[in-house]
Write a protein that binds this ligand. Sequence first.
Ligand code: 5GP
Length: 209
Amino acid sequence: MAGQGLKERHEKRYEERKDVYESKSAVASGELIVLSGPSGVGKGTLLAHLRDRHPNLQVSISVTTRQPRSGEVNGQHYYFVSTAAFEAMIERGELLEWAKFAGNYYGTPKGPIEAVIASGQRIVLEIELVGARQIKESFPEAKRIFVLPPDVAALETRIRSRGQDNEGAIAKRLAQSKVELAAADEFDFQIVNDSLETALADLEAALFS
Ligand code: 5GP
């Protein structure tokens, strides 16, 4: 009788979480994945394709004080907040990690990450180097992936072709890129974003290894 109850419970649990179990994104326990790399390397594009292929893969939505770029939606690309609101979040301990990048604050809200981990799914944090280092401290088991450009000139081309940053911001981002590239070896996996298909395949191999 007890055995029967256990089987039923397992079947019920399987039904409830079928989508997760049957997806390649399923994990036995919660797992944090950090995707990092210099501005303009194409992390966002890679992530968008990854989400198309693995709809169950969760992606963290960061909070930032940066102005929205055209086409960016509050609550979808970022939560856009004032500096005062961001600093209040820091004070209240609501961020898992945070950093200042090119003159603006960026941070990962704690609540949604804890909820996803508790549910046994994976969640990807697309964050810069300082934040990635904080995650390594607080979650040493997190998988950390670094995306490299085929060459440094490609970064500037991408940032400029985005047409969304002024000269001052571009200069800050390029200067920061050098610092970030020098830290690529700190990460568990390095992926070169040369051809999209190859980079995606490498990213999937790193994620689901
Ligand atoms: P962008 O302004 O181009 O959207 O982002 C600038 C940089 O901030 C990128 O390297 C991006 O990965 C990083 N970033 C975005 N969200 C976060 C976050 O929550 N925390 C940290 N530390 N970096 C973030």
